[in-house]
Design a protein around this ligand. Structure first.
Ligand code: UT7
Length: 327
């Protein structure tokens, strides 16, 4: 595993110079103290950050880029409308002409991407799959007071993992659990550009009040659904493997809001050392958040051989899911 975040630290006080917000509000409602944003004018993108994370992951796996059989890239902030970031990685890392797939599942993107890789490995089709989650949010946020309910939350960054086949049935990914509820698609959304928002029309209208390019989130509604779905999908994974919540050694929740993670921790009566959070430093990095947190927890020695590691995510779509891993 590996991760990369831009050097540029943006504090809550920095944001209060751009819009009507303040450190106390952001920390109290979200737990976020600072986030990393790509420096304006930099050539960094989701693909380039993903490639940096991937290089670290491949090197640590003891494999070379030529051993990778397939790429799965999760992002909601791709470099281009199309093609996706997966093919950019194939090119940037100078890999053989292997398949590359983009996953469009927002905050659940990494969980979905791991599930895709897991199925390819378990069916025997591929041996080593590179899974990447990366987001370049800062380029697409409304940095005026109008966008403050969303913009203060998101950060840029990338993480990557190499998933490889093991012959030991008791190790690795035990199961994955995926869900969606599309009737809530518009509760957390970026509408444009899209074919429904016909680009020539948008250009002709040239309307400075057109908010369709910016993320919209019904925060309270999303929060209420998140706490329910997080809990459900963690329990689903635990039960599917005949385990108990008390068997969890490390829970890595998608870093949406520290208050959501704390709610889940309290609900399941987990100790502080059983849950890893880093939203305080990086904000919500969407498809990158779980793999950045997982890598960081592992680098700090918080995950040991044979530990039961649970990943869980909820986000736009709505989509949600969990991954149950015996480390
Ligand atoms: O990762 C994908 C999934 N995402 C989530 O799970 C996020 C879920 N939602 C949340 O985390 C929370 O709903 C937020 C952090 C987004 C918002 O917190 P909230 O406690 O739900 O606040 P709110 O939206 O109800 O806003 C409360 C007040 C409003 O003012 P009034 O109407 O009470 O006067 C907002 O205008 O806070 C105001 N406000 C702000 N004030 C200062 C909203 N954003 C800001 C801000 N700074 N950045």
């Amino acid at each position: 595993m590996g991760y990369f975040v831009p050097d540029n630290v943006v504090t809550n006080d920095d944001l209060s110079k751009m819009m009507d917000t303040n450190d106390a509000w952001i920390q109290e409602r979200t737990g976020i103290k600072e986030r990393r944003w790509i420096e304006k004018g930099s050539s960094e993108t989701s693909s380039s950050m993903g490639a940096k994370a991937a290089r670290i992951a491949i090197e640590r796996s003891g494999l070379t880029k030529d051993d990778i059989d397939f790429i799965v890239f999760a992002t909601l902030s791709p470099d281009m409308y199309f093609p996706g970031c997966g093919v950019q990685i194939q090119d940037i890392l100078d890999m053989p002409t292997i398949g590359a797939l983009d996953v469009r599942n927002q905050c659940s993107g990494f969980v979905y991407a791991m599930s895709v890789a897991d199925q390819f490995i378990k069916t025997g089709m591929y041996k080593n799959v590179l899974v990447i989650g990366a987001e370049f949010h800062s380029g697409g946020l409304d940095l005026t007071t109008r966008g403050r309910g969303v913009s203060v939350i998101f950060g840029d960054g990338a993480g990557a993992a190499v998933l490889s086949r093991t012959e030991d049935n008791n190790k690795g990914i035990l199961s994955t659990h995926l869900h969606s509820e599309g009737k809530h698609a518009r509760e957390l959304v970026v509408e444009a550009p899209s074919i429904a928002h016909w680009v020539p029309q948008i250009l002709e209208d040239n309307d400075p009040d057109d908010e369709s390019y910016y993320p919209y989130m019904n925060g309270t509604f999303v929060f209420k659904n998140a706490v329910v779905r997080f809990s459900e999908v963690i329990m689903e994974g635990i039960k599917a493997n005949n385990l108990e919540v008390s068997d969890i050694d490390m829970l890595i929740p998608h870093q949406a809001n520290l208050r959501i993670s704390q709610f889940i921790q309290k609900k399941f009566q987990l100790r502080d050392d059983q849950v890893y959070n880093n939203i305080m430093k990086y904000g919500n990095t969407t498809a990158a958040s779980i793999i950045i947190a997982l890598t960081e927890a592992w680098e700090k020695g918080k995950i040991k051989e044979n530990d039961l590691v649970v990943l869980a995510a909820f986000g736009s779509g709505f989509t949600w899911g969990s991954v149950i891993i015996r480390w």
